[in-house]
Ligand binder design. Structure first.
Ligand code: HEC
Length: 266
């Protein structure tokens, strides 16, 4: 019986893995900038998150006063990050009702408190770079990382708009090579007749930011989302190091003591 249960578990795990792999299949993502310890970037990310995302999404496991971790004073948090009615001990919620959101967007905007732990930094970064115009979708937008997503490209005025570009290749290698040459988000899909299509996003109309500025802007938001997923992480890593140093010193002392005790016997 136990064996059977074990086999069932292993089979389930495999199915899960396969599903995951299928979801990401063929997608080449650009790595998100690694700036977790950059406080200025986290502060900008918090500001931009409040201005551009908190209108629809919540972060109901995150309290405003926790942002003092990022070197902001309560006065700064109140004046530049909070709407007048919020108290500093409040969590980051929005006034939009879930059923309204559902009618407007098809799917309600999910809570983003721990989103970075579900999706990871790279996924989020590419998701925010992955929007393109699509007249066939209800919002007028689509996304290379999250096909048919219900979220419109809320940052298009900054980034400018993009359009989907498809190129067909006879074999997978040349399609992959073309995807690598894009040096950013791209996807390779098998099409009929054993051909392969490389999909990428090309700029259509410029926004108020240059590409580099926009990538840095999105990098800050992702950084903040990552921080919010586990605000205590840096403290945990510091504490872990102190514990390891302590254990190291303790080992040295214990070893010296042991040698001293055994000296007489050798
Ligand atoms: C106009 C409302 C609106 C705004 C503003 C908005 N979103 Fe969304 N977002 C949505 C909706 C609706 C969905 C659900 C889409 C779906 O599941 O099809 C969504 C989904 C997402 C998802 C995918 C969640 C998942 O894992 O399924 C992420 C990540 C996300 N939004 C991040 C952001 C960020 C970051 C911002 C700020 C830059 C932002 N959103 C601003 C409406 C919005």
């Amino acid at each position: 019986m136990r064996k059977l249960a074990l086999i069932a578990c292993a089979a389930l795990a495999l199915v899960g893995l396969a599903a995951n792999a299928a979801e990401e299949a063929g997608l080449r993502m650009a790595p998100a900038p690694d700036n977790r310890l950059d406080i200025a970037s986290l502060q900008r990310g918090a500001r931009d998150f409040v201005n551009y995302c908190l209108t629809c999404h919540t972060a109901k496991y995150m309290r405003y006063n926790r942002l003092t971790d990022l070197g902001l004073t309560p006065a700064q948090i109140k004046s530049s990050l909070m709407f007048a009615s919020d108290k500093i001990g409040d969590t980051m919620t929005v006034a939009m009702r879930e059923d309204d959101a559902k009618t407007w967007f098809g799917n309600p905007p999910p809570d983003l408190s721990v989103e970075a732990r579900v999706r990871g930094r790279d996924w989020l970064y590419n998701y925010l770079l992955g929007f393109y115009r699509d007249d066939k979708s209800a919002t007028g937008w689509n996304n290379l990382v999250f096909p048919n997503v219900g979220m419109p490209d809320v940052l298009w005025q900054l980034s400018g708009t993009g359009k989907r570009v498809e190129k067909e290749f006879d074999n997978e290698e040349s399609a992959e090579a073309a995807a690598i040459a894009v040096k950013g988000l791209a996807m390779v899909e098998p099409t009929k007749d054993h051909k392969y299509t490389m999909v990428s996003i090309a700029p259509d109309a410029p926004g108020t930011m240059t590409r580099a500025q926009y990538e840095a802007f999105v990098g800050d938001i992702v950084n903040y989302l990552d921080y919010m997923g586990e605000p205590i992480r840096d403290e945990r890593i510091h504490l872990g190091m102190i514990v390891l140093i302590f254990l190291g010193v303790l080992f040295a002392l214990a070893y010296a003591l042991k040698r001293d005790y055994w000296k007489a016997l050798h």
